[in-house]
Structures are given as C-alpha cells and as structure tokens.
Design a protein around this ligand. Structure first.
Ligand code: TRP
Length: 362
C-alpha cells in the first residue's frame, strides 16, 4: 500500500514557532526522508470559515501568509502538493455523505470541539458548519487515502473520528476508504510550546507568539520580555526551571553546537541549567543565548520568505497547480465512494439494464 501523508492548517494567522516545533519542522523532515509516496499539505480555508464566516477577508489574507510560511520553512512544491481546501469541492461532497455516519452526540463529546465552542462563546448558538468541521476533516484525510496524518495532540479526536467513519463506511458500503494513523510530534517539548508569557500555548489571541516572519528586532524584544522565574531576583539567587520560558525554548531549539558558538563557558544545556539552579546565572545570559539560537533558525527562513514575497504571482501559481493535482486525486476517491454508495446512476450500465429488464417483464 502506498504511504500517503495529508495534513494542514487553518489560515487564520501567520505561523509561529509553536507551529514550527509542533508540525512544520517534522513535515520538512518527512518530505525529505523519501519514505512517503505522496504528501499533501492543505490550507484549510473552508474550515477557517466555519468560525470566521463573517470575516472572509481575514481568511483570504492568511491563505497567502500560510503559503509563504510553508515555502519559507522548506516545504518544496516539487515534493509536496500544497493546495487550498475550497479549491477541491469534492471534499465538501464527501463530507455531506460522511455526516450520515456520525451522530450529533459523537461530535459533542469531541474534547477539541468542546474547548473551541467555549473559547468562541458558541454555547448558545453553534453554527452547524462549525459543528460539522470534524466530519469535513475526515473527508480531507480520506479523499487522499492518507495513511499518515502528522498533527498536534489536539487533533487526535479528529483522527479518531475519521477512523470511525472509515470503518463504518467500509462496513456499510464495502471496502473503499483507508484508515489513517495519527503521527504525533516526537518529544514532549514539541507537543505544546508555551507562549512567551509562560501561558500554556502560543496563541495569536493571547499575543504571546514569536512568528516565523518576525524581524530580528521583534524576536529580540519578545525574547527579552519572556516570562522566566519570578523568584530569581538577582543573578546569584537560585533559579527554577519549571515554567521558565527561555529554558523551555532552549530545550526545543538548542544543541551543543550552539553552546560552542554562543556560550562556550558551558558544554551543553544541562551544564547551564545546573548552574542556573545553583545560582550565578542571570536571565539575560540565557535570553541572549536563546536569541542567538532563534536567529540562527529564523534567518534562512526569513530570507526564503523575502524571496517568495518578491514573487507573489508565482506563489499563487504553486497553489493553483497543487489544488489541481489534489482535485484529481480527490475526484478519484469520490468516484469510488459514489459507486460504493450506489449513487452513480449514469456510469453504471448494469443498473440501467437491470431496471430496463425489470420494467419490460411487467
Ligand atoms: N484542524 C486543523 C487545524 O486546526 C486543520 C486541518 C483541517 C487538518 N483539515 C485537516 C489537519 C486534515 C490535518 C488533517 O490546524
């Protein structure tokens, strides 16, 4: 069986370091590993519209932002098909059929949907489209017969639901769809990078993100104002690592080479941590190291972004071609689905003959 990846993001903002450690970095590795036959990366604008129905301009603007972020981190359109969800209308049709296979109470139990409903104050009036997005996500995945879905842990309930839909579909209509596996980020730091304020998650609405497209100056300012250890009042006082943002970020981004280059007094992060805990290391030292580490990571990303920003029509062309290719694949699956569901009336000669015979015998 072919190994196929499908994953994607809602275009509701520029992508940040949380996306980078949680998914983007991995995608580029998977893309370059040669272990997958096909990779589809989707800009989920239809899903973004389920809770931004009144703000299509925001979604439209962020489609290009996300595309630029993808290209700038090294997602290569020659190896990965980047496409826009709404430009593959087959996905919408699939979702409509899958809705018959899912109960309302099943979606209501989805913890990610529950949290989102609370965050958006939808409790009293949930848009039907929003409520159904987990079902639509199952069509995104199955339309491409994806075997592997690399996503963050918050997406696990969606993959679980997709597997249930696939099982129910195949059971009811005959083997047609492929059950996908979730692929979670590798280590716990990557599961959820905290915001620069120490809050649980980098999130645009909390204003605690470092964006991939931030300038050096912005990164410096954000690193310098990071939440550290409120009890670490002087350089000599003992420090605490728990919830200490610069250290958590160093866990996610630094390696021994960085120490040789930027802070040779220490061989590695562990030595720096030990000294910090004993007392004698200032937050400024840690932040300066982190700034250097992040700059080393972000400089080439920024440069590639600049290059694509100078050539926006080409970026749209990449998206158009990707969407065309994605559509071809999705259309094939949809044909199979229609056959299995017995709603292929005109391409089914046996059906026409059978009905003709039935009526001529009358
Ligand atoms: N729900 C995902 C997010 O919020 C985006 C998404 C839509 C997706 N369809 C998908 C991710 C299919 C993986 C597979 O980021």
């Amino acid at each position: 069986m072919e190994k196929i990846i499908l994953t994607g993001d809602r275009p509701t903002g520029r992508l940040h370091l949380g996306h980078f450690v949680g998914s983007l970095r991995r995608r580029v590795e998977l893309q370059d590993s040669g272990m997958f036959d096909k990779i589809f990366i989707m800009i989920a604008d239809a899903q973004a519209l389920t809770d931004n129905a009144d703000n299509p301009e925001k979604v439209r603007q962020n489609v290009i932002e996300v595309a630029l972020d993808y290209l700038s981190v090294g997602i290569d359109p020659a190896k990965s098909t980047i496409f826009i969800q709404t430009q593959v209308p087959e996905l919408t049709e699939l979702a409509f059929y899958y809705m018959n296979l899912v109960t309302v109470s099943r979606v209501q139990r989805n913890p990610t949907v529950k949290t989102e409903i609370k965050m958006r104050n939808f409790e009293q009036s949930i848009p039907v489209g929003f409520f159904c997005y987990p079902v639509s996500q199952a069509s995104d995945i199955t339309a491409f017969k994806a075997t592997t879905v690399p996503v963050g842990e918050d997406q696990a309930p969606m993959i679980e639901l997709t597997r249930e839909i696939v099982a129910r579909f195949n059971n009811t209509y005959g083997p047609t769809l492929v059950e996908p596996e979730i692929m979670l980020p590798e280590n716990s730091v990557c599961l959820r990078l905290p915001g620069t304020d120490g809050k649980a998650k980098m999130s645009k609405s909390l204003g605690n993100c470092i964006y991939l497209s931030d300038t050096s100056k912005e990164v410096k300012k954000k690193v310098n104002s990071m939440y550290t250890d409120p009890l670490h009042l002087t350089i000599d006082s003992p420090g605490h690592l728990e919830g200490n943002c610069p250290f958590i970020y160093l866990d996610a981004f630094s390696n021994d080479e960085h120490f040789r280059k930027y802070l040779p007094e220490y061989a590695n992060l562990q030595e720096l941590k030990d000294h910090y805990v004993r007392g004698g290391v200032g937050d400024g030292t840690v932040k300066k190291l982190l700034y250097n580490v992040l700059e080393e990571l972000l400089t080439p990303i920024r440069e590639r972004r600049k290059m694509f920003e100078q050539n926006i029509p080409e970026v749209y062309e990449i998206l158009r071609k990707g969407s065309e290719a994605a559509r071809e694949t999705a259309a094939k699956t949809l044909d199979e689905v229609r056959d299995a569901m017995k709603i292929n009336y005109f391409g089914d000669e046996a059906l026409i003959k059978e009905q003709a015979k039935r009526y001529s015998a009358k």
